[in-house]
Design a binder for this molecule. Structure first.
Ligand SMILES: [Fe+2]
Length: 272
C-alpha cells in the first residue's frame, strides 16, 4: 500500500508495509498542559518569530558548525576551511552521514550550547507568557538537538507524525530554528490546526510498520480526516524560529534544494 503526503504543491508517496490504526474520540491536547494557552496563535498551532540577537545567533551558528565539523572527522570524514553547515553534504558520503546522524541522535545537554541557554529559555518564556525550560522533571531530557537533511536524500527525515504519540514528549512546546538551507523547498512541513483533531480523525502506522523500508520510533500519519495529509512549509530563514505544538502533525521535511543542506535546531520546552 502507498501513503501520500501533499506538501504545498508537491506530492510525496512512500510505500507502507504494515498496518494502520486510529485512536479514540479524544483530543490529546485537551487533557494535557497547553503551553500556547496564553498566545494568540493557539488555534493555528504555530508561529514564526525572530530567534536571537544577531551576535548571539552568529555565536550559535559558529559553535554548532565547529561541533559538526569535529563529529564528521570523528566519523571518518574530512573537513576543510570552506566547510559550512549548508555545504555539509559535500563533505560526507552516505556512510559518514549515517555515522554523524547516529552520533547526534540523542542531542547535547544545553550546557554545551554555544551561548548561555538561559537566553533561549527567557525568550521562550516571554513569548509564551509562561516560565518554560528544556528540563523535563524525572527524565534525562535537558537537551537540544540538531536535524541535518541533505538535499534530495529522502531518508534523512521522519515522515509526518505527532511527537505526543510518545508519552514522554507530551505537555511540551517545540521550536524549529534553522541554521542553514531552510526555505519553502526544505523547511519542516506542518499541518496547521491538526493539534485540535481527535485521535479518531487521524490514521497512523501501527507498531512494526515500515515506510520505504524504515521503521520509525514515532508512528507515521497515513491519513487525516480520511484524506491525504495536506501540509505546508513555513517560509522562515536563519535567525527566525517556528514555535509549534508537538500535538500538531508535522514532519516530512524532505529537502528539495539542489545544493544546500538544511540544518535546524530542535528543542522542546516544558513548564518550569
Ligand atoms: Fe517531531
Amino acid at each position: 500500500m502507498n501513503v501520500s503526503y501533499q506538501i504545498d504543491d508537491e506530492v510525496i508517496t512512500l510505500e507502507l508495509d504494515g498496518e494502520v490504526v486510529s485512536g479514540a474520540n479524544e483530543v490529546l491536547l485537551a487533557q494535557d498542559t497547553n503551553l500556547m494557552a496564553k498566545t494568540d496563535w493557539q488555534d493555528k498551532g504555530y508561529t514564526v518569530v525572530p530567534f536571537l540577537k544577531q551576535e548571539d545567533f552568529d555565536k550559535v551558528k559558529a559553535g554548532i558548525t565547529k561541533m559538526i565539523a569535529g563529529i564528521i572527522e570523528a566519523c571518518g570524514g574530512k573537513v576543510d576551511e570552506a566547510f559550512t553547515l549548508a555545504r555539509y553534504h559535500l563533505y560526507v558520503d552516505d556512510t559518514v552521514h549515517l555515522a554523524v546522524a547516529k552520533a547526534i541522535k540523542d542531542g547535547w545537554l544545553v550546557t554545551e550550547f554555544p551561548i548561555d541557554f538561559q537566553i533561549v529559555n527567557d525568550r521562550m518564556s516571554g513569548l509564551l507568557h509562561e516560565q518554560v525550560c528544556t528540563e523535563l522533571k524525572g527524565s534525562q531530557y535537558d537537551s537540544f538537538f540538531l536535524r541535518i537533511v541533505r538535499p534530495k536524500k529522502y531518508a534523512d527525515n521522519n515522515p509526518p507524525h505527532r511527537d505526543v504519540w510518545l508519552d514522554r514528549l507530551r505537555h511540551a512546546v517545540n521550536i524549529y530554528a534553522p541554521l542553514s538551507g531552510s526555505n519553502k523547498g526544505s523547511a519542516l512541513p506542518i499541518l496547521p490546526g491538526s493539534h485540535l483533531l481527535m485521535e479518531s480523525q487521524i490514521e497512523r502506522t501501527a507498531a512494526g510498520a515500515r515506510l520505504n523500508g524504515t521503521q520509525y520510533t514515532v508512528p507515521c500519519v497515513t491519513s487525516v480526516l480520511g484524506a491525504i495529509p495536506h501540509m505546508t512549509r513555513p517560509d522562515l530563514t536563519e535567525n527566525e524560529m517556528m514555535i509549534f505544538t508537538p500535538y500538531m502533525v508535522h514532519g516530512g521535511g524532505y529537502n528539495l534544494n539542489e545544493n544546500e543542506t538544511r540544518t535546524s535546531l530542535e528543542v522542546r520546552f516544558w513548564k518550569v
